[in-house]
Design a protein. Structure first.
Length: 247
C-alpha cells in the first residue's frame, strides 16, 4: 500500500540540528511524492503537553527524538498514552539503547555530522516510511478524566458528537465518552471504513446492515439518521455490500 500522507514529530533541544533533520525528512518524503506534515519541538515540556492531546497523538505516524535533555521520557510517555506508531531514537551515544528496546523503537541511530551517519539516517528513514505504510492499527486508545480504554476498531459501531468537544463511541461491550472531534476521527479512520453519514455521526461501514433513504440500520439493531445525499452514500457504502431497503 502506498503511503499518501505522513505526520512526523521531531524532538531535539538543538534547534539547528532539529531543523536539519526536519529538512531531510521533508525532502525524502517529497521525492517519494508523499504529503508530509512535520512538527518540531526543542522543548520536551511542550511535547509532553501535546502528548496529552489524544487526537494529536493518534495522527502521528513517526516520532523521532534525541533522548537527552528531558526528551528521554518522551517515547515511554507516548506509549503509555496509547501511541502505536513508529519511534526512531536519534542519539549522540548508545546510553539509551535499553530504553529504546523497552519502548518498542523501530530503530536507534547515532547522530553525527559525517557522511556515513547522514547516509545511514536517510536509509533508515526510507525504511521507516515503508513500515509506516504497512502499519495497520488494530486498536484505538481513548481516555477521559483519568479513565482509559483501548478498543478494537472492528468492535466499534459508531461515534456520536455529544458536545462540541465530547464524543461518544458505541462498541461491542459498551460505550465511552472522550474528548475529540468527529472531524479528527473521520480523518483518522476513513481508510478503515468509517463514514460520516450525519453531522453528528461517524459510522463503521462494516456495522451497517440496511440502508434506507433517511436512516441506517446497524448490525446491533440501532438506527442512525442520515443527512447526506442518499445516492452518494449508497455509492460509498457499496463496496461493503450493504443491503439497500425499499424507498
Amino acid at each position: 500500500m502506498k503511503l499518501d500522507k505522513v505526520r512526523i514529530v521531531l524532538g531535539d533541544t538543538n534547534e539547528q540540528e532539529l531543523a536539519y533533520y526536519a529538512t531531510i525528512c521533508r525532502r525524502i518524503c517529497e521525492n517519494q511524492s508523499i504529503q508530509v506534515e512535520i512538527k518540531t519541538y526543542h522543548s520536551s515540556n511542550d511535547l509532553l503537553f501535546d502528548l496529552d492531546d489524544k487526537p494529536f497523538l493518534s495522527l502521528v505516524s513517526i516520532l523521532i527524538v534525541r533522548p537527552e535533555d528531558g526528551f528521554e521520557v518522551i517515547p515511554t510517555t507516548a506509549r503509555k498514552q496509547g501511541y502505536d506508531g513508529l519511534i526512531l531514537y536519534l542519539s549522540s551515544s548508545l546510553s539509551h539503547c535499553l530504553q529504546a528496546f523497552d519502548s518498542g523503537a523501530y530503530n536507534y541511530l547515532i547522530k553525527s555530522g559525517d557522511r556515513k551517519s547522514f547516509a545511514r539516517f536517510c536509509l533508515v528513514f526510507q525504511k521507516t516510511l515503508t513500515a509506516a505504510s504497512q502499519l495497520h492499527r488494530q486498536y484505538i486508545a481513548l481516555s477521559c478524566a483519568g479513565e482509559y480504554r483501548q478498543i478494537d476498531i472492528d468492535d466499534i459501531y459508531y461515534f456520536k458528537g455529544a458536545t462540541s468537544r465530547m464524543i461518544q463511541v458505541e462498541y461491542k461491550g459498551g460505550s465511552f465518552q472522550f474528548v475529540s472531534t468527529l472531524r479528527t476521527l473521520e480523518e483518522r479512520l476513513h481508510d478503515r471504513g468509517f463514514i460520516r453519514v450525519h453531522r453528528s455521526y461517524l459510522v463503521a461501514s462494516r456495522a451497517v446492515s440496511l440502508l434506507l433513504p433517511d436512516v441506517l440500520t446497524l448490525s446491533n439493531g440501532q438506527k442512525i439518521p442520515i443527512s447526506r445525499n442518499h445516492a452518494e452514500l449508497k455509492r460509498e457504502l457499496g463496496r461493503w455490500s450493504v443491503q439497500e431497503g425499499a424507498k
